[in-house]
Design a protein around this ligand. Structure first.
Ligand code: NAP
Ligand code: G4F
Length: 343
């Protein structure tokens, strides 16, 4: 019988790649979706006929118990979150509810459905659980590069809530013998990345500037440094973590550092434009507390999971620019045809 996976956050960037990966691995894939006639399935529209959906929300415990009970999954991937860091200063309570308490609610749903408790530890026999932890937890970094032992110093309500989600997952592993793992993933991007994140914001702007649709790109801190990889590579690591004999946490990243300025340079170079003619620094986009640098030490994931990335940063930025050029030029042609009255 095919293994069943339940993915929260299936409509997000990672959810869409993970769904594709698990389908290719022969899984029956279920996505938890929220809201009425969820309008945000565009990333997975190609897959809809192959996927199954169940309704639920990380804010609603009963809906999660019902979803897990209905699906009876072998593996649960908890990817749902408010994932845009600046939003966490605007809505800290909601962010804490979804990214912190939401993890507890999913763990409780798994525990209740499995009947996991101290008198009946099921260890690997229960539902395996993946938590989407984040390198944002390292925040004001204690050392470089960061590994599984590096202490956390989160710098945003997002990072603080993710740190709670990380430790409650570890606690359920230690308290109830649950197979719960956290992947501490560093930034990963793709043509499906939300438009608010810096790489996609840059590649969309580069495409539109190249096509003459706009002149300027407004950015915040150009000196911030991240370890950026390709999302399609990172979902393979999530899956591998749940196939191990023992539950433990892993750092996933490339081990390479680039600044926002580097990202800008690569993207503008890809279309033969000089970024200095177009990029404007807007102080309003600088964060109240910045994570200045992040860099992964992914040695444990490489050694124990056999994981490695297939796309480097330069290729990733060019892939995203090309995808946004195609998209913007189709939209541009469409609007020109509309204006010419020939559509
Ligand atoms: P994303 O594109 O923003 O997707 C977030 C998903 O969460 C969406 O499917 C969204 O559903 C869902 N969601 C939000 N609030 C929810 C709620 N109350 N109940 C149920 N679902 C809810 O994020 P991503 O980039 O794919 O990231 C996936 C996960 O990895 C997140 O937990 C993120 O914090 C974490 N992470 C990401 C990165 C990265 O670089 N991408 C790095 C480290 C960790 P709707 O479509 O209904 O809004
Ligand atoms: O692309 P970002 O918004 O990603 P950030 O804040 O690093 O968070 C992402 O990665 C985390 C893993 O470390 C995830 F947990 C999280 O869910 C999300 O996926 O910003 C990257 C950097 C920041 O230092 C920011 O200050 O880019 C800098 N930046 C400079 N100008 C900008 C801008 N970021 C955005 N979004 N927009 C700007 O105009």
């Amino acid at each position: 019988m095919a293994k069943r996976a339940l993915i929260t956050g299936i409509t997000g960037q990672d959810g869409s790649y993970l769904a594709e990966h698990l389908l290719a691995e022969g899984y029956q894939v279920w996505g938890l979706v929220r809201g009425q006639a969820n309008p945000r399935k565009s990333r997975i529209s190609r897959l809809v006929s192959e996927l199954h959906f169940v309704e639920g929300d990380l804010m609603d415990q009963v809906s999660l118990v019902s979803a897990v009970d209905f699906v009876q999954p072998d593996e649960v991937y908890n990817l749902a979150a408010i994932s845009f860091v600046p939003m966490s200063w605007q809505q800290p309570e909601l962010t804490t509810e979804v990214n912190g308490m939401g993890v507890l609610r999913v763990l409780e749903a798994v525990r209740m459905v499995c009947g996991l408790d101290k008198s009946r530890p099921t260890g690997g026999g229960g539902i395996r659980f993946y938590q989407a932890s984040s390198s944002e937890m390292y925040g004001k970094v204690a050392e470089t590069p960061q590994n599984e032992q590096t202490i956390f110093h989160p710098r945003s309500p997002y990072g603080v809530a993710k740190t709670y989600g990380h430790f409650i997952t570890k606690n359920y592993r230690e308290s109830f013998g649950m197979f719960g793992v956290s992947g501490i993933l560093f930034n990963h991007e793709s043509p499906r990345r939300g438009a608010e994140f810096v790489t996609r914001k840059i590649t969309m702007a580069v495409a539109e500037i190249k096509l003459g649709m706009r002149e300027k790109l407004y950015l915040g801190n150009l000196d911030a440094v991240r370890d950026w990889g390709f999302a399609g590579d990172y979902v393979r690591a999530m899956h591998l973590m749940l196939q191990q004999d023992t539950a433990t946490d892993y750092v996933v990243g490339t081990g390479r550092m680039h600044s926002v300025r580097d990202a800008v340079q690569i993207a503008f170079d890809a279309v033969d434009l000089n970024w200095r003619d177009h990029v404007v620094v807007d102080p309003a986009l600088v964060r109240p507390a910045e994570v200045e640098t992040l860099c992964a030490d992914p040695e444990k994931a490489r050694a124990e999971l056999g994981w490695k990335q297939s796309v480097d940063f330069e290729e990733l930025m060019r892939m995203m620019v090309e995808a946004d050029l195609r998209k913007a030029s189709n939209e541009h042609k469409y609007s020109e045809l509309m204006l010419a009255g020939s559509w």
